[in-house]
Ligand binder design. Structure first.
Ligand SMILES: CC(C)(COP(=O)(O)OP(=O)(O)OC[C@H]1O[C@@H](n2cnc3c(N)ncnc32)[C@H](O)[C@@H]1OP(=O)(O)O)[C@@H](O)C(=O)NCCC(=O)NCCS
Length: 209
């Protein structure tokens, strides 16, 4: 693999169907039978919290093989203020190109651009084995907890990275997932009919039923 074979650029309107198909292929049967992320990205692009300047695709030989995107949200700080932060995802790499370092390359590039735009921190749900390599830590270590969950519950899925050193110093509070990420199964089902039929499978390791 030659790193020079890949470019990362902003997503354009003409990419939308291809990106949604890529997301569907990459997430299919990974976290649940089927997936919802292709519909989530379809909806989020029209959400006021969507950060168009951080909506990236990775391209090889003219083919889109990866994508990542960010949304604005807040931490409800215990002192009553709202701290603006970013959340991220979906992020994906084409199934046949996973585990070759491309996801990390796309992630690190996206984070650099978020730093350049002056954002302070990114928080989201993910696997520390992947995101830890790009400087993410458990959000709990920053004193930030996931909404609608007891503080002493296992929140090891909930990760945080400061983009500005010290941005979260003194901040304790609860993170809010942007409302746009919540889509109904019925809407997903209806949207999925726009794509080629694909078999939903119950597989070991899926976290949602
Ligand atoms: C998650 C994803 C974006 C990672 O991209 P990738 O190109 O496959 O990952 P990389 O090769 O850059 O991984 C770098 C390192 O992170 C870790 N890592 C990557 N994916 C991992 C996974 N699924 N589980 C555990 N560790 C993982 C590994 O240590 C890996 O290094 P290694 O392969 O030498 O062991 C990609 O696998 C993907 O699209 N998955 C399906 C969609 C998805 O789960 N998106 C993330 C939702 S939070």
């Amino acid at each position: 693999m030659n790193i020079n074979d890949f470019i990362i650029r902003l997503e354009e309107n003409k990419d939308y169907p291809l990106v949604e198909n890529l997301v569907r292929e990459s997430f299919w049967n990974v976290y649940r039978p089927g997936c919802s992320e292709h519909y989530v990205i379809h909806v989020l692009r029209d959400d006021p919290a969507f950060v168009r300047e951080l909506d990236f695709v990775m391209v090889r030989q003219g083919q889109i093989i990866g994508q990542n995107m960010f949304m604005k949200t807040v931490i409800n700080s215990d002192d009553g203020t709202d701290i603006p932060v970013l959340t991220m995802g979906p992020i994906c790499i084409a199934s046949e190109l996973k585990r070759q370092g491309l996801g990390k390359m796309l992630l690190d590039y996206s984070l650099e651009k978020a730093v350049e735009l002056g954002f302070g921190a990114v928080l989201f749900e993910g696997n520390i084995d992947f995101y830890g390599k790009s400087g993410f830590d458990y959000a709990r270590r920053f004193g930030i907890f996931y909404h609608d969950m007891p503080k002493d519950a296992d929140q090891s899925f909930f990760l945080c990275k400061e983009l500005k050193a010290g941005y979260l110093d003194g901040v304790k509070g609860v993170y809010q997932t942007p409302k746009g990420y919540y889509v109904s199964d019925e809407e997903v089902e209806a949207f999925d009919k726009c794509f080629a039929p694909k078999e939903k499978l119950k597989l070991p390791g899926q976290i949602f039923g």
